[in-house]
Ligand binder design. Structure first.
Ligand code: OAD
Length: 227
């Protein structure tokens, strides 16, 4: 039986692929008002702006590639029972070959009905417009978990974290709850690694901190994990 390993990833794992993080100095929230483009209130106030923001993100995603960190995480499946719990809405973990992925904050390549997020549909890298309708005749919206919305997969994610012997936290500032609280579900004896070039906020657990970018950090950790 392979040991259970969970990767909790955030925007930093995709930074070296060319996707901006949110809270770094050149991050997306420097150029956009987060409440305008990524909250349920923003959606009701100006849905065109929100759709345009996610259309742009989708176009960008079509033009970037998974980096070595995504690839090493995928390769870990040869040795461990790996689940990736990601806050990212990009599909770079999938494209690198990871097979068990929980997207806590939704997926950029999908849209759904404005009525309770029913009728989820894969649109790949296509754009869509305000006024396009879902199967049930309601407005089509991005399949994203915005501020002010439930995070339906958090309970499943907490169960998976609770079973993990090894946890790798990579590229997240741990600013956004409930994702940032997942570590509280971890076993007392779980080995926890944090990969980030910046000191992330203290977590109430003993962790091995690897102060590196995602690719370098994952390369180092791979050597430690695959003996
Ligand atoms: P943040 O932008 O808050 O944090 C990114 C983290 O990645 C920071 O700790 C950076 O130091 C780190 N980082 C930067 N470059 C890196 C690199 N090359 N390698 C590794 N780490 C690097 O992003 P998240 O924590 O993912 O939600 O943000 C969480 C949520 O806030 C997002 O899912 C999004 C956002 O608002 C929604 O929009 C609903």
């Amino acid at each position: 039986m392979k040991k259970k390993l969970v990767v909790l990833s955030g925007a930093g794992v995709s930074a070296e692929s060319g996707i901006s993080t949110f809270r770094d100095s050149d991050g997306l929230w420097e150029n956009y008002n987060v409440m305008e483009v990524a909250s349920i209130e923003g959606w009701y106030q100006n849905p065109e702006l929100v759709i345009d923001f996610y259309n742009q993100r989708r176009i960008q995603l079509a033009n970037v590639e998974p980096n070595e960190a995504h690839k090493i995480i995928a390769q870990l499946e040869e040795y461990y029972d790996v689940t990736v719990v990601t806050q990212n809405v990009d599909n770079l973990h999938e494209r690198a070959g990871s097979t068990q992925i929980i997207h806590l904050h939704g997926e950029l390549t999908k849209v759904c009905s404005d009525n309770q997020k029913k009728h989820v549909k894969d649109i790949g890298y296509e754009t869509f417009q305000f006024g396009d309708l879902a199967e049930d005749g309601e407005l089509l919206r991005p399949f994203i978990v915005w501020f002010g919305e439930d995070v339906p997969l958090i309970h499943r994610a907490a169960e998976i974290v609770a079973e993990a012997e090894i946890i790798i936290i990579i590229g997240t500032s741990l600013n956004v709850y409930p994702a940032a609280g997942l570590l509280y579900s971890a076993r007392q004896d779980a080995q926890i690694y944090v990969i980030d070039p910046k000191e992330v906020q203290p977590i109430a657990k003993i962790v091995h901190f690897i102060k590196e970018k995602a690719t370098v950090g994952m390369r180092k950790l791979w050597q430690g994990l695959i003996k």
